[in-house]
Design a protein around this ligand. Structure first.
Ligand code: M6R
Length: 617
């Protein structure tokens, strides 16, 4: 996935576009490009491989490009390698070499998403005399727009609409037509896009932080809609070409919330924001002891089965949610990977609730799973961080977590906020169904979590010290039972995604069914021991691996001091209700991953091959 920006106004577009791309670099960082127009002059295109800084150098921070209307793109390659020729913007004409410079093409555009039938469309265009300079699906779309525009002698909106009917896949598309100076045309399906307006100028971006310096007034463009954008004006159209009216929405979070705030990396800043995020998410749903997640009481009473569907860390929240919900309510819960759920022909219970968890609200597999559930007539509830995102809008009801903008690719604070939402869901369900007689002690315990997380963060130097010993580590195993296993899933993902050390999370009892053969001298095994009734069992698994040479770290509750006889290094977490232990045990695991990656000199906020929001399959 990629990030797109656009601007049409009265100031020079280049620096504004680059500023927006900086804020979106977390979405893709293998190449970037700009196209800027000066009045009716042809667009000037500049592209560069590598991080955005290369494009900044090449364009003198955007100042080298003359003009007040332009589009920009930061790429995470899907179709075609991350080369300069494959970087966006793409043009409808023929070009060679770097595809940079002044372009005489009719249509110039950028795209975030994936066009599934691009090969078939490319063959059609080849038959009509088009030739292709890149291996991207985007060049095909731009040329298809050009084809319809010229063949039918129609306006931009009609040409884009014809293209939208013909392509399959997802897109947030921005195009400029040489016949329409100072105008940008956009279209959207299943990829995020917002449009901001201020002081007679118009901004386009994949995500809010890119335009927050300029405006808080935004339009959310819906699926299968298009817009014609002029300085200070936005006109929206449906697929039939009919104009549709939209309301401007005010964004409530501040630009500072998306900055590093003195930390070296966004990830560290976001780790430290967790006490606040936990408190904000809790207080947004609980007032005077009453939990309101926007769910109907009667419907909660009728649920016979819950499916939690998500990807990556959000899936790990789902696994914890499963343990907590089943334990507190007795309602059966299945946790499903969205990428599997969408293609499984499973028989869904009619009296079920499907819960989709997603930070971005745009993850393609989670969105497809949501639609699959709705198609089957199942009620859907989403737990989402990004306001106005597709999953939030399409679910029957939504609860917004209060993590604020999360920039680091590795999630930390959004994960913590999602956990709170899951706990509250379970408590509310238990309350409605009478399996919890008094919610007060549980809610009081949740209120104490921010302070306990704060205490764990104060101890971070010990983790930094321990991480400094892991520079040459090749494999790590995380083990735990029950809810501790679910915590290990997240700890292991954090470590591998940013430090590139291979790691696995194992249900501790499963080790001896095969994996224990991988344990040898010095292999790091991290045990999680927060569940009182499982402590002895996991401890004995740790003893087993120690006797085969493993080097042991433990994350255990305060008071479990006998662990010192076995573990080489222990982090104690404050006592809490065992259902909520994940919120505490994950903190040292996040810190360990962070410090290990920093120690190995990795780009912590932008790990290789990953992007923040996975809007493609
Ligand atoms: O935006 P989402 O919560 O739907 O994203 C899901 C996963 O892509 C995400 O959690 C991913 O696993 C993160 N890189 C984990 O740090």
């Amino acid at each position: 996935m990629c990030g797109i920006v656009g601007f049409t106004g009265h100031r020079q577009a280049g620096p504004i576009l680059l500023h927006g791309l900086e804020k979106l670099e977390y979405r893709g960082y293998d190449s970037a490009g700009l196209a800027v127009r000066n009045g009716s002059a042809p667009a000037e295109v500049v592209k560069s491989t590598g991080k955005l800084v290369k494009l900044e150098e090449k364009t003198d921070n955007g100042k080298a490009l003359e003009g007040c209307c332009g589009i920009g793109h930061t790429r995470w390659a899907t179709h075609g390698e991350p080369t300069q020729i494959n970087a966006h913007p793409h043009v409808s004409g023929n070009c060679t070499g770097s595809a940079s410079g002044t372009v005489e093409s009719e249509v110039v555009g950028v795209h975030n998403g994936i066009i599934e039938n691009y090969i078939e469309l490319k063959e059609k265009l080849l038959r009509h005399g088009y030739s292709f300079y890149s291996s991207t699906d985007t060049e095909v779309v731009i040329k298809l727009i050009d084809y319809y525009y010229k063949k039918y002698q129609i306006g931009p909106i009609d040409a884009i609409a014809k293209t939208m009917v013909r392509v399959r896949g997802s897109y947030a598309l921005e195009v400029m037509f040489s016949d329409y100076p100072n105008e940008i045309y956009v279209a959207r399906k299943d990829s995020p896009m917002i449009i901001g307006i201020a002081d007679g100028e118009t901004y386009i971006a994949s995500d809010v932080p890119a335009i927050l310096n300029y405006t808080r007034s935004v339009y959310y463009i819906d699926n299968l809609e298009m817009a014609r954008l002029l300085p200070g004006e936005a006109h929206f159209f449906n697929l039939n070409g009919d104009e549709v009216q939209k309301e401007l929405t005010e964004v409530t979070f501040s630009a500072e919330a998306a900055e590093k705030g003195g930390y070296e990396h966004f990830m560290m800043k976001e780790i430290h924001e967790q006490p606040r995020v936990i408190a904000d998410t809790l207080h947004s749903a609980v007032q005077n002891g009453i939990i309101d997640l926007g769910l109907d009481e009667e419907q909660l009473r009728q649920i016979r089965q819950i499916y939690i569907v998500a990807c990556g860390s959000a899936y790990h929240v789902g696994v914890i949610g499963q343990y907590v919900t089943e334990d507190l309510t007795g309602v059966p819960v299945r946790v499903e990977l969205a990428s599997e759920f969408r293609y499984r022909k499973m028989k869904l219970e009619k009296d079920a609730l499907v819960i989709i968890i997603s930070q971005s609200g745009e993850t393609a597999d989670s969105l497809a799973a949501l639609r699959e559930a709705k198609k089957n007539g199942i009620r859907t509830f989403s737990i989402v961080n990004v306001v106005g995102s597709s999953i939030a809008r399409e679910a029957d009801s939504v609860f917004y977590t209060k993590a604020g903008p999360e920039i680091a690719v590795a999630t930390t604070k959004a994960y913590s906020a999602q956990l709170i939402a899951m706990y509250l869901f379970a408590i509310r369900l238990g309350e409605v169904r009478d399996t919890i007689k008094d919610t007060k002690p549980l809610l009081e315990e949740l209120e104490k979590l921010p302070d306990k997380v704060e205490r764990l963060l104060e101890d971070k130097e010990r983790l930094q010290w321990f991480a400094s010993k892991l520079g040459n580590t090749k494999d790590v195993f995380y083990i735990g039972r029950g809810l501790d296993y679910a915590i290990c899933l997240e700890g292991s993902l954090k470590l591998k995604e940013i430090s590139y050390i291979h790691s696995e999370a194992y249900a501790a009892g499963e080790l001896k069914h095969g994996t224990i053969s991988l344990i040898e001298d010095g292999r790091l095994v991290i045990g999680c021991l927060t569940q009182p009734e499982l402590y002895e069992k996991t401890l004995s698994n740790m003893v087993e691996v120690k006797s085969r040479g493993a080097y042991l770290m433990a994350v255990a509750n305060y008071g479990y001091y006998s662990i010192e006889d076995t573990a080489d290094f222990t982090v104690y977490i404050p006592r809490t209700d065992p259902h909520f232990a994940g919120s505490l045990a994950v903190i040292p695991m996040q810190l360990l991953a962070y410090y290990t990656a920093v120690g190995r000199g990795e780009d912590v906020d932008k790990p290789r091959n990953l992007a923040k929001s996975v809007t493609v399959e």
